[in-house]
Design a protein around this ligand. Structure first.
Ligand SMILES: [Zn+2]
Length: 199
């Protein structure tokens, strides 16, 4: 194999690590990029380098942006008394696409899992509780996925907040069992938020 081909093979191997891309689609994507290297590949490479250098987690909510505090946390038109708790940044972005929620978020970065030894500390739940206490939060909306671990996490947070005077609700109908927010259409997310129920 020539030196030049090895570079392309290395690129295909890197692409194949992306979620949803196997070796076959990685190969197809790289071929497409090379054919369109002026219009697509070069700007993509530049954008990736820029975001790789600037992307960071919001120090308050865990959203990903390019500033220490994200746009949502800095937006003073948004309600400050409501926090929507999600597992992953992808879920936060899905909620934002639904445009139904006008409060703030908190990204856990996972779920409690006895199997994988993920406890409240690993998820930053103490930090969430401090944030709730220090910011006069009146409602915590648990938008966690309907998986076993997602629901275990929801119940843990709900129990921890019991007696604190903070209303704890969760997304209602429309969220399929084992469903991930990211895969829901915007209308379903809006309906699930409107019909949220106390837990
Ligand atoms: Zn933020």
């Amino acid at each position: 194999m020539s030196e030049a081909t090895r570079d392309i093979e290395a690129l295909i191997e890197l692409m194949a690590r992306l979620p949803g891309l196997g070796p076959r689609s990685a190969r197809r994507a790289v071929l497409h990029l090379i054919k369109k290297r002026g219009k697509v590949m070069a700007p993509l490479a530049q954008a990736m380098a820029e975001v790789a250098a600037t992307a960071r987690e919001c120090a308050t909510c865990g959203n990903i942006g390019t500033a220490d505090i994200c746009d949502i946390c800095r937006d003073d038109r948004r309600a400050t008394g409501e926090i929507c708790v999600v597992e992953d940044v992808a879920d936060l972005w899905a909620m934002e696409r639904g445009q139904a929620f006008k409060g703030r978020y908190h990204v856990l970065g996972g779920t409690l899992s006895a199997l994988d030894a993920v406890g409240p500390e690993e998820l930053g739940i103490p930090k969430l509780l401090t944030r709730i206490r220090d910011n006069d939060i009146t409602e915590v909306i648990l938008a966690l996925n309907a998986t076993v671990d997602g629901q275990t996490t929801a119940h843990y947070i709900a129990e921890t907040l019991e007696g604190s005077g903070v209303a704890v609700t969760s997304l209602a109908q429309g969220v399929p069992i084992g469903g991930e927010l990211d895969y829901l259409d915007d209308g379903t997310i809006q309906a699930a938020l409107r019909a949220r129920k106390k837990i």
